[in-house]
Design a protein around this ligand. Structure first.
Ligand code: PHE
Length: 455
């Protein structure tokens, strides 16, 4: 194991910000609203919140303790804690999930760059809601531009990864995260005051349980894992850079709360705006790219300078939020290749970046010229999204909870969560109970339910 050059996060705040930086990203602002829209609104959100509390937080603490105790990449971590067993396959599956997510995630991250250039060149001005739909479609189905941007985005991620974890991630998170938060608050205020916004607010707040079927549960669980960066060893890899006195439980709660608030704020921006201009809430992955430019245009129609400023700022911050997430995804795979195969960090990073550009190109094309090529009825982009968020991450989470609840020596678990007895842990028994029984049963139940075996 090459431990000498393992980086460390410089401060407590850095730890929280870097983990929150991984969690907060396109998952909150792009994926959460469109999944909410696809699954009928408020009821989905309630189930999502249940998944965050019951599954997300305990499994996040479990990932943290596995990572910090072993001080290794995610596959190495299981090797160290359970030598000679098959548990390392959980880590390996996580690495594969990281690679697949990074490939399609970068496509959408690339879209944010296109929108930055559009915002900067003021090309949103004077467009009607329908124009935004048409221009998004012509951009995302164009074979070249999205590929160019996805490559640029992956190269930027690559650059930060080879520069080292601490400086790049900590510094950018510290300034950008609070800025993003403030801008989102302003945009919520704008969006809910648009004419006809009320129906969007109702969509978010009035649950209609008639619409709840098995796919709503699977969708909410998948979204919870995806949004918290859970189930694939990402936070486990970050925790390997935590110091001995990081309070794992507190960090998990902070990350969970920040991530959830940002997703809910995004919902309160997108849906009032979508209903206001008559865009269907289930418009899918294009939802934020067609509704948001409208918010800027309509809410600030009298003050074009503000419309300009906020749209530029928004897409820049969205790109940065995506970047702190792509960095964390990249780091999982790079740390794995570097430590397990003894490649230099540079070479490991080049392999990851190259593979993701390769797969990313096909994901991007699957939304346009290669739309006709499907597997199980899904194009490559949708397939990667489905397989990772709805299958691999929850399965990873299931095994992480079983591993920590049943297999791992409880002395290690206690030592890590209580920082060798120096922290009070009033809910420790509940934590273990959730990992042993509730999380594995709930995740299995949702899978079995989706397969239709309960009907
Ligand atoms: N949580 C990130 C987001 O919400 C995406 C992500 C998933 C990052 C899995 C790392 C691991 O955008």
């Amino acid at each position: 194991m090459m431990k000498k050059d393992r980086a460390n996060f410089g401060s407590k705040m850095g730890v929280i910000l870097a983990s929150a930086g991984s969690a907060v990203g396109l998952g909150n602002i792009w994926r959460f609203p469109y999944e909410t829209g696809n699954h009928g609104g408020a009821a989905f959100i309630l189930i999502y919140l249940g998944c965050i509390i019951l599954l997300g937080l305990p499994i996040m603490i479990a990932e943290f303790l596995i990572g910090r105790h072993s001080r290794a990449n995610t596959a190495g971590a299981f090797q160290i804690l359970a030598p000679g067993t098959h548990w390392r396959w959980i880590g390996r599956m996580g690495v594969l999930a990281g690679l697949l997510i990074l490939s399609y995630y970068s496509v959408v991250a690339g879209w944010t760059l296109e929108y930055i250039t559009e915002a900067v060149s003021n090309s949103f001005a004077g467009k009607s809601p329908n124009d935004f739909v048409v221009s998004f479609q012509s951009f995302s189905t164009n074979p070249w531009r999205p590929i160019l941007w996805l490559t640029v985005f992956l190269l930027a991620t690559h650059f930060i990864i080879v520069k080292g974890v601490e400086k790049g991630i900590e510094k950018s998170s510290k300034i950008m995260m609070p800025m993003l938060f403030i801008l989102l608050l302003i945009l919520v205020a704008c969006s809910v005051t648009l004419p006809g916004a009320k129906r969007g607010i109702e969509f978010l707040l009035k649950p209609d349980f008639n619409k709840v079927d098995s796919s709503v549960f699977l969708g909410a669980m998948g979204q919870a894992f995806f949004s918290l960066s859970l189930g694939m060893g990402c936070l486990c890899t970050y925790a390997s850079y935590f110091s001995k006195d990081t309070n794992l439980t507190k960090t998990a709660f902070s990350v969970g709360i920040i991530d959830t608030i940002i997703a809910i704020l995004a919902g309160f921006i997108i849906f009032p705006a979508a209903f206001s201009v008559g865009i269907q809430p289930d418009a899918g992955p294009s939802l934020i790219f067609i509704t948001l430019p409208n918010v800027f245009q309509q809410a600030f129609s009298g003050i074009p300078a503000l419309a300009y400023l906020f749209s530029v700022l928004f897409y820049v911050l969205l790109a940065v939020a995506a970047l702190t997430s792509t960095i964390s995804l990249h780091e999982v795979v790079t740390a794995y290749l570097h430590e397990e195969f003894h490649f230099t960090r540079g070479k490991a990073a080049r392999i990851v970046t190259g593979s993701c550009i390769f797969f990313g190109i096909f994901c991007s094309l699957s939304l346009g010229v290669a739309k006709g090529y499907t597997l199980f009825g899904l194009g490559l982009f949708d397939l990667f999204d489905f397989v990772t968020a709805k299958i691999m991450l929850p399965i990873g989470g299931l095994f992480i909870s079983v591993f920590t609840g049943w297999y791992l020596d409880k002395k290690i678990v206690w030592e890590e969560v209580s920082n060798s007895g120096s922290l009070r842990m009033p809910a420790y028994k509940l934590f273990i109970f959730i990992l042993k029984f509730i999380a594995p049963i709930a995740i299995s139940f949702i899978f079995i339910n989706e397969l239709g075996l309960l009907r």
